[in-house]
Design a protein around this ligand. Structure first.
Ligand code: NAD
Length: 439
């Protein structure tokens, strides 16, 4: 063994030793190379097997992330039909009997709208992919709340064309309220493709399903005030330019407005786009400032307050969720019919865009002061200049168009709205006044 090792790994440069070993050595080397190449082939085979296993796993992971196979079957269809069935007394309103597919139903605005529709007797089916952009347990809790009111939320992705086709096959939805999206401005710098996946590709897949459905539903969907981008003429009006987005999020929402316009034009789809202005309230989104400020203030952690150039405070036209819900339901109720069927246009259909804001911007330091008052805790503020991450310094809505066409009239100011939010937050996260639980 020792000799063989010496011969295979000579202590002096190889040629001398190999020559010394003569014919026997050649045979051994040949055997050795033969077994090395066999081993190499086996290794190659194993690497190939591992690679194909891993790529299969990643395919399964990706498809299960986007396309949950947890739908289908008779029981599932019965649940969908029951959830979609309107329960308004016949003749109680001109729109008695609408049945709405709500995308993003486990989200903040989606859950509130689904509940409001159900409470007035409309049929609602939700769809949501429960992604982990923020704590999915909050989305699951909203789903449970909806289930307790008879609203079924399908666990699925709007990019899943088969699932959408099946839903339209089972239910002739009169309306689609499209709220599913990758929201948030800053996250686009971390995960840009999630914006393309949900806000562009997902939108087109949904529009394809809508245009092919017979009857075609009317579509109401969430654009965003962020489309005003670098605009500085205030208040923002629907007639202002929207071709200078300041973030990828804004760009995908602007793209959505153009994409929906083309489906309206080619297929006769009735489209209403709603530009929401900073929506807040109970069951809200943990990534938004009012929510994360509340969490940090209660936990005694500092909050980062951004300030614009020249020490100008940032301001937002904060809009309370109940006002937004009224705007969404008003849009559904006034949406004209789609004119096409089976993918063919039969005449022009309405294409509308409305601002849904509050018309009274509030600065971020004022927001913090209101939170401090309702939480009865002082915030530890860390004031820094706003980084160039896509946020705009202020928003302010002109809502005359929505007032005229939808009867939209916001009624909750930031103080009253945050009071309700804080009450919900403390109860949802198990705080009791005066106790240090969770602090
Ligand atoms: N909240 C605001 O201040 C605000 C402002 C302007 C616009 N908007 C828009 O309003 C809509 C609702 O916003 P929100 O605050 O309720 O956000 P949210 O994140 O709470 O809700 C969106 C929901 O859509 C789901 N979703 C995302 N991609 C999906 C996909 N591909 N398939 C299925 N489900 C998917 C998410 O899981 C989430 O539950 C969004 O379109 C958002 O862009 C919101």
């Amino acid at each position: 063994m020792r000799a063989l090792e010496d011969e295979l790994f000579p202590s002096t440069p190889g040629k001398v030793k190999i020559e010394r070993a003569g014919g026997a050595m050649n045979r051994q080397l040949h055997r050795c190379f033969a077994s090395t190449s066999t081993m190499f082939l086996w290794a190659l085979f194993l690497v190939a097997m591992t690679a194909s296993y891993l790529s299969f796993q990643s395919f399964v992971d990706t498809s299960s992330k986007y396309f949950q196979a947890s739908w289908g079957g008779l029981h599932w269809e019965r649940q969908i039909r029951a959830s979609a069935a309107p329960r308004r007394p016949p003749g109680s309103s001109p729109n008695a009997g609408i049945s709405v597919l709500v995308t993003g139903a486990a989200g903040f605005v989606g859950a509130h709208c689904s509940l409001a529709l159900r409470k007035r007797g409309d049929g609602v089916v939700g769809i949501d992919n429960f992604n982990a952009y923020y704590d999915p347990s909050l989305k699951k809790a909203r789903k449970s709340l909806l289930a307790s009111h008879g609203v079924y939320v399908v666990d699925g992705d709007i990019n899943d064309a088969r699932l959408l086709a099946k839903l339209f096959d089972v239910v002739p939805f009169t309306h689609v309220l499209h709220l599913a999206a990758q929201a948030g401005v800053r996250y686009a710098m971390e995960n840009p493709s999630s914006y393309v996946h949900s806000n562009v590709a997902g939108l087109v897949t949904l529009l394809e399903a809508c245009k092919s459905a017979d009857p075609q539903p009317a579509l109401v969907w969430a654009s965003s005030s962020s489309v005003y981008g670098l605009n500085d003429a205030v208040p923002f009006s629907e007639s202002h330019r929207t071709d200078r987005p300041a973030s990828l999020y804004a760009a995908t929402k602007k793209a959505g407005e153009e994409i929906t316009h083309s489906y309206n034009h080619i297929y006769g789809l009735s489209v209403t786009g709603l530009r929401f202005f900073t929506v807040y309230g109970p069951w809200g989104r943990p990534d938004m400032a009012y929510f994360s400020f509340t969490r940090n203030i209660l936990q005694g952690k500092p909050i980062t307050v951004y300030r614009g150039k020249d020490h100008v405070d940032l301001a937002r036209d904060f809009t309370y969720i109940d006002d937004i819900v009224r705007g969404c339901l008003g849009s559904l109720d006034t949406a004209g019919r789609s004119t096409g069927s089976g993918g063919k246009k039969r005449g022009p259909a309405p294409y509308r865009i409305f601002n849904l804001g509050n018309t009274s911007p509030v600065t971020v330091p004022t927001l913090v002061a209101i939170l401090e008052k309702h939480l009865r805790v002082k915030a530890r503020k860390h004031v820094v200049e706003m980084p160039g991450n896509g946020d705009v310094p202020f928003t302010h809505a002109n809502i005359s168009l929505a007032r005229h066409h939808l009867g939209y009239k916001p009624t909750t100011n930031l103080d009253a709205g945050l009071k309700k939010f804080v009450k919900w937050y403390l109860s949802y996260y198990g705080y009791t006044r005066g106790s240090s639980k969770n602090l």
